[in-house]
Design a protein around this ligand. Structure first.
Ligand code: SAM
Length: 248
């Protein structure tokens, strides 16, 4: 099945952009995913094709009009009723690998790209649109965020990555950062690849990698580590918790 990506944007010329090369580009050529860009301006209702207006209450910049956005979103929903619509906005829920995995397992996604000061809030009150942020930074437009989101989904599509294990062993897949990597030359500028990785002892290598993944997550991402530790310590089922509580 082809994963259908629909992008609602004022700048369709920005696509496929980086998604047209390497892994994603090959997958696009092979029909593993499809891309359709929809020009938001086509849904403007006046003869000047206006898509934005000044912010209610005053302030800097311009805001994308809800009537124009709604017409564009309705068009995408009519085309792909089963695909979730995700709006790129720093006000959204931070994107996670878990959510990316869910999206990649579905029929496709519609991505709504903002510009200027962003969207009239009423689009989220009236249409099934999920607000997604790609991090605590502010971009000038939603298109680079959409490219990031699509790239993350596309690499998980069946047959896109060479070795299937490279998708499951990566950072965030088990709530941890991935362990560090090394490759030849064995010695470089006085630094040697850790001996264990050259030992050929697979059990020892796995133990070393697990330890490094845990140590690095704890020191670099205390937020992730806390969540990982909570999940690890949580009882596997309600039944087990009940038994434990009853034992007190
Ligand atoms: N006024 C908005 C705010 O402060 O939350 C920022 C608007 S930004 C200049 C223009 C557009 O870039 C947004 O509507 C959104 O589509 C996109 N954008 C910027 N930062 C983003 C982020 N961290 N995640 C997702 N999209 C982002």
């Amino acid at each position: 099945m082809t994963f259908a990506a629909t992008v609602l944007t004022l700048y369709p010329e920005m696509f496929p952009g980086p998604l047209g090369v390497s892994l994603a580009g090959r997958a696009l050529d092979q029909g593993k995913w499809s891309l359709e860009c929809v020009q938001i301006r086509d849904f403007a209702i006046d003869r000047h094709k206006t898509v934005d207006d000044t912010p209610a209450g005053g302030g800097a910049g311009m805001v994308l009009r809800v009537d124009v956005l709604a017409a564009a979103v309705d068009h995408a929903l009519a085309l792909h009723p089963d695909s979730p619509v995700l709006a790129m906005t720093p006000r959204g829920r931070p994107l996670s690998q878990e959510r990316v995995r869910e999206l990649a397992a579905g029929p496709g996604i519609t991505v709504l790209c903002g510009r200027f000061e962003g969207f009239d809030e009423r689009i989220f009150e009236t249409r099934p649109v999920e607000e997604v942020s790609i991090g605590d930074i502010v971009l000038s437009g939603g298109e680079p965020a959409a490219i990031m989101l699509l790239d993350a989904c596309i690499r998980l599509l069946p047959g896109v990555m060479g070795a299937p294990s490279s998708g499951t062993e990566e950072s965030f897949e088990n709530g941890l950062l991935e362990y560090p990597h090394y490759t030849r030359p064995v010695e470089w500028e006085g630094r040697t690849i850790p001996e264990v990785l050259r030992s050929g002892d697979h059990a020892k290598i796995a133990a070393w990698r697990k330890q490094r993944a845990e140590d690095d997550t704890r020191s670099r991402r205390p937020d992730l580590w806390e969540r990982h530790a909570d999940a690890r310590d949580r009882p596997a089922s309600g039944a087990r918790r009940k038994t434990k509580d009853q034992g007190k």
